[in-house]
Design a protein around this ligand. Structure first.
Ligand code: ZN
Length: 396
C-alpha cells in the first residue's frame, strides 16, 4: 500500500518528473539531492511537498512533466542590464584582433546618461524577460553606467522595479569628467552619491582592476557602503592578479566575481572564507581570454557560482545554460557542479536561502527542461531546452 501525504486541495502537483534537482542532499542522491520519477507540489508561491511521484499527495490540479527534468530556477547574481546604446562595433573590432580594456564602459555611460527613464526601464524589462524565458528566476542587477549621483540613483530605482537584488556600482569606472582627478570621484562615490543611492540598493560593488579602482580606492568604496548598511561584492581579479579577492574576503563580501587571475593565497582565502567565487565565463568567451580555473577553486574547497555577467561590452549574453555548458566544456566542472553553481551557488552569492533549491518552504521558482536530465544543459550546448518556468508559483 502506498503511503501518500495528506491531500492538498489548493495546490498544484507537477508529476512524472524524470530527474528532479532539489539541491537538498537530505532529499535525494548526491550534492544535487537528485530524485528520479519525482513530483513537486507547489502551493501559492512556495514549494509544499517534494518526493517520489507515486507518493504525491492528492491535489486539485496537476501538471504532467512528461518524463522531463525539473530544476530550481537559475539564480543569476551578476548583471549590468541598466544601460542604453549598442557596442556591436566594439565587439566586431575586438573579434578582429583588438584586446578588451575597461575603457569601453565609457561608451555605454554616455548612451545611458542620454537615455530617458522610460527607455532605460524598457531595456531592463526586456533583459529580465529574456533571462526568465531561459530559466533565470532571480536576477541581480547593478547600476554603474550612470556615474553621476542622479544617473546612478535613477539606475538603481529602475533596477529595483524589476528585482530585489539591487547593487550600487558607482565605482564601475572613473567617468571622463574626473579623468584628471580620480580621487575626487572616489570622494563623490563614497560621499554624496552614496548618500542618495544607498536607500535604493542592497549591495555595494566596485571594479577593482588596473584602469578602474586600485585596492585602496576599492576599500574606501566598500567600507563606505558598509557604513550605509550595504553588503559588499567585488569585481575581483578579472584582468590581472590584483588585490580584489583578498579585499573581498577580508571585508566579508558575499561574492568575489570573475576570479580569473588568482594566486595560491587568493585560492586559499576563498576556500577558507565565506566569500563565494562567482565565475563569469561569458566574459572570457566574448573577449577570447583564458577562463578561470574552476577546478582549482573547487578542489581547494571554495564555493563556486556561475553567472552570464550580462552587459553590453564584455559578455552580452543572458543565458545561464550557455555558462553551464562553458563551465563543463572549458572549465572542467562536472555537469552536477555546474548546475549546482548556476542555482544553489548563485543563491549563496546573494545570501538567499529561499531560492536555488526545490524543497518544502522554498520559493516555487522552477525550470522544466525539454530533456530527461539536467546534464543535457551541458550535453546539448546552444539548444533552447527550457520548456516551462514557474516564478513564485506562477507559470510564466
Ligand atoms: Zn560585472
Amino acid at each position: 500500500m502506498k503511503e501518500n501525504a495528506p491531500a492538498m486541495t489548493t495546490a498544484t502537483a507537477i508529476i512524472d518528473i524524470s530527474t528532479l534537482v532539489t539541491n537538498d542532499p537530505s532529499l535525494g542522491e548526491g550534492p544535487l539531492g537528485l530524485i528520479q520519477d519525482a513530483a513537486v507540489v507547489i502551493d501559492g508561491d512556495r514549494v509544499a511537498w517534494v518526493g517520489e511521484s507515486s507518493k504525491a499527495p492528492a491535489t486539485d490540479s496537476r501538471v504532467d512533466a512528461g518524463g522531463r527534468a525539473l530544476l530550481p530556477g537559475f539564480v543569476d547574481s551578476h548583471s549590468h542590464v541598466v544601460f542604453a546604446g549598442d557596442r556591436t562595433q566594439e565587439f566586431n573590432a575586438r573579434m578582429s584582433g583588438r584586446p578588451y580594456s575597461a575603457g569601453g564602459i565609457r561608451t555605454t555611460v554616455a548612451a545611458t546618461r542620454a537615455a530617458s527613464d522610460e527607455d532605460l526601464s524598457a531595456n531592463v524589462a526586456h533583459y529580465v524577460r529574456e533571462a526568465l524565458r531561459q530559466g533565470t528566476t532571480t536576477l541581480e542587477i547593478k547600476s554603474g553606467y550612470g556615474l553621476t549621483s542622479q544617473d546612478e540613483a535613477r539606475s538603481l530605482e529602475i533596477a529595483a522595479a524589476h528585482t530585489d537584488e539591487v547593487t550600487f556600482l558607482g565605482a564601475h569606472v572613473v567617468p571622463p569628467e574626473f579623468a584628471d582627478d580620480p580621487a575626487a570621484y572616489v570622494d563623490l562615490v563614497t560621499g554624496p552619491m552614496l548618500d542618495i543611492c544607498a536607500p535604493h540598493a542592497r549591495w555595494i560593488d566596485v571594479f577593482c582592476e588596473e584602469g578602474a579602482f586600485d585596492g585602496d580606492q576599492a576599500r574606501a568604496v566598500l567600507t563606505a557602503g558598509v557604513r550605509h548598511g550595504l553588503t559588499p561584492r567585488v569585481h575581483a581579479n578579472q584582468l590581472t592578479r590584483g588585490p580584489g579577492v583578498q579585499l573581498a574576503v577580508e571585508l566579508g563580501a558575499a561574492s568575489a566575481d570573475h576570479c580569473t587571475h588568482l594566486s595560491d593565497a587568493d585560492v586559499d582565502a576563498l576556500a577558507q572564507g565565506d566569500t563565494v567565487a562567482t565565475l563569469l565565463p561569458g566574459a572570457e568567451f566574448s573577449t577570447r581570454s583564458p577562463y578561470p580555473d574552476a577546478r582549482r577553486l573547487l578542489d581547494a574547497g571554495a564555493t563556486v557560482a556561475l553567472s552570464p555577467d550580462c552587459n553590453p561590452g564584455s559578455s552580452f549574453t543572458s543565458s545561464m545554460a550557455f555558462c553551464v555548458a562553458l563551465a563543463v566544456r572549458e572549465m572542467r566542472m562536472t555537469p552536477d557542479e555546474a548546475v549546482w553553481a548556476a542555482t544553489a551557488g548563485g543563491a549563496r552569492a546573494l545570501r538567499r536561502t529561499d531560492v536555488g533549491r526545490i524543497s518544502p518552504g522554498a520559493r516555487a521558482d522552477l525550470t522544466l527542461l525539454d530533456a530527461p536530465s539536467h546534464v543535457h544543459l551541458a550535453y546539448r550546448p546552444g539548444v533552447p531546452l527550457v520548456a516551462a518556468v514557474w516564478r513564485g508559483g506562477e507559470l510564466i
